[in-house]
Design a protein around this ligand. Structure first.
Ligand code: HEM
Ligand SMILES: *[C@@H]1O[C@H](CO)[C@@H](O)[C@H](O)[C@H]1NC(C)=O
Length: 479
């Protein structure tokens, strides 16, 4: 039967292929190969793409390197950063998923340098229950009741103090002024240190060195920024410790207790001295650098958008006029609630300026998302900046347009994708304080002054955001 033989002969290769695929199918089912997001395979050992990723770029962009990676691989790609295999996410959905699954699928995982400088009890590096209890102290300290009654008047006092030192027609660094303002405010609220006092100024100088180390390579060799920062850390801790010592003294002498964070923390008898020190230091860090940059960025973006300044000024003049008519002095919560356009300006500043550009996480289980596998132990970086500057989500994302936040305006940004303060169980504990600081500062700024840049400057991401020239401005009083 030659015909049958021929047919079998012809079918044989197809049958073999079929068997092969069937076998492959069974094998795959028993041992699936992970479907990793795409990314470059060949990379330098250890450093990988870290340098390219961290290369400084304009703060209002995601940077050439990341733009290139997204164009090539999509919004979720794999890389090698900070010495670990990493999934980088510029995808709004994945970013939300990561933050919401903190403690279940993902966990906060900052580089060693941050833990070394901020301390092992810092809220930024702690996970689990200990994080939760430290977080509660911070949240209680910045509760709504305290924001209204204590922090708001304090912010206004510090604003007026800062603004009253400005001379007309003399160029000064708005960034330095913003840093001084938020530092003094935090130093006052954390441990009742008064602005301008020598001790406060000394602490502030120390803190600048400290900051440089947080963002540097963790090389503890003589002369490196990291080792200088470790020295600053112990100098700062010594100041806080001295304050603690004074407190226990005062308590013995039955003096009036200070209503500051140190006072609160001391009352929490469960905390050790070491824990209190790290808590205070990390709050000083979290609350100072971020909100001062946000304020400097607001001043910068507004300078380039006279129409927004005009509308802001009208909003604040109405508030000021009403206060005058009622014979009231000092802003209160009701006034703050009237600052609606100011909130649009703040949101737009954070969207375009991206003070905190990304956060560090790692997968603590094998995770599947959108068809991709993220293996347990891999680092994951949700990059908020990339979402906030995504033209699929925001019309003309490079434009400073506070009106996009107005209710009912067309092209309004969906809040779902806007995460300047992170999200989930680690959502910024100080976001309400930060907004209050900026709004109150803006109130006095726009009703008293016009301002202009005296030299071109622009915010850069190093990746921490900074104005290289310090944002030099000069002001003119409004008649
Ligand atoms: C505009 C200014 C601010 C921005 C953009 C900002 C942003 C953020 C972000 C993105 C996180 C999350 C970090 C992570 O998930 O790993 C965070 C956490 C935190 N922020 Fe802010 N922040 C600002 C101002 C403040 C202020 C004024 C304070 C006051 C002390 C503060 C205190 C904290 C604390 C304590 C945490 C840790 C929360 C936790 O781990 O549970 N922040 N912030
Ligand atoms: C600003 O953004 C926050 C989310 O962080 C949102 O809840 C709020 O409604 C926004 N404000 C305005 C005026 O759109």
């Amino acid at each position: 039967m030659p015909i049958l033989q021929n047919i079998l002969f012809l079918l044989l290769p197809s049958l073999l292929t079929l068997f092969f695929y069937f076998y492959l199918f069974l094998w795959k089912r028993s041992k699936p190969t992970p479907n990793l997001p795409p990314g470059r395979r060949c990379q330098l050992p250890f450093f990988g793409e870290t340098f390219a990723y961290l290369k400084s770029h304009s703060a209002t962009t995601t940077g050439h390197f990341m733009q290139h990676q997204i164009a090539r691989y999509g919004k979720i790609y794999r890389s090698n950063l900070f010495g670990d295999p990493t999934i980088v996410s510029a995808d709004a959905g994945l970013n939300r998923f990561i933050l919401q699954n903190e403690g279940r699928l993902f966990e906060c995982s900052y580089p060693k340098s941050i833990g070394g400088i901020l301390g092992k009890w810092s809220m930024l590096v702690l996970v689990g229950e200990m994080h939760q209890s430290m977080r509660m102290i911070a949240l209680n300290f910045m509760s709504n009741a305290r924001l209204r009654s204590i922090l708001l008047p304090e912010i206004e006092r510090h604003t007026l103090l800062a603004i009253s030192s400005w001379k007309e027609d003399v160029s000064f660094s708005a960034q330095d002024e913003a840093k001084k303002f938020t530092f003094n405010l935090m130093a006052k609220n954390i441990m009742s240190m008064e602005p301008g006092e020598m001790e406060t100024e000394k602490l502030r100088k120390e803190y600048i060195t400290f900051m440089k180390g947080v963002v540097s390579a963790p090389l503890n060799l003589p002369g490196t920024p990291y080792s200088k920062a470790l020295k600053s850390r112990s100098n700062i801790l010594r100041v806080i410790e001295k304050k603690m010592g004074e407190r226990s003294h005062e308590r013995n002498e039955e003096k009036e207790e200070e209503d500051d964070l140190l006072g609160w923390a001391l009352k929490q008898s469960s905390l050790s001295k070491e824990q209190i020190l790290d808590l205070l230091l990390s709050l000083l860090f979290a609350g100072h650098e971020t909100s001062s940059m946000a304020l400097a960025l607001t001043i910068f973006f507004l300078e380039g958008c006279p129409k927004a300044v005009q509308q802001l000024r009208e909003e604040h003049q109405i508030i000021a006029r009403r206060k005058m008519e009622r014979g009231e002095t000092g802003l209160d919560w009701e006034d703050y609630k009237q600052m609606e356009f100011s909130q649009c300006v703040i949101n737009e500043t954070l969207r375009l300026g991206n003070v905190v550009r990304f956060v560090h996480r790692k997968a603590i289980q094998d995770v599947r998302y959108g068809g991709y596998d993220i293996p347990c132990g891999w680092k994951v970086l949700p990059v908020f900046a990339a979402v906030h500057l995504d033209s699929d989500l925001y019309n003309e994302p490079q434009q400073f347009n506070p009106w996009r936040w107005q209710r009912c305006s067309s092209g309004a940004a969906s809040n779902n994708n806007f995460m300047p303060y992170g999200g989930g169980p680690r959502l910024c504990a100080g976001s309400e304080l930060a907004k209050l600081e900026i709004a109150i500062f803006l109130h006095h700024l726009v009703i008293k002054f016009r301002w202009e840049l005296t030299e071109p400057d622009c915010a850069y991401a190093f990746p921490f955001v900074e104005f290289p020239k310090g944002l030099p401005i000069k002001v003119h009083a409004i008649a």
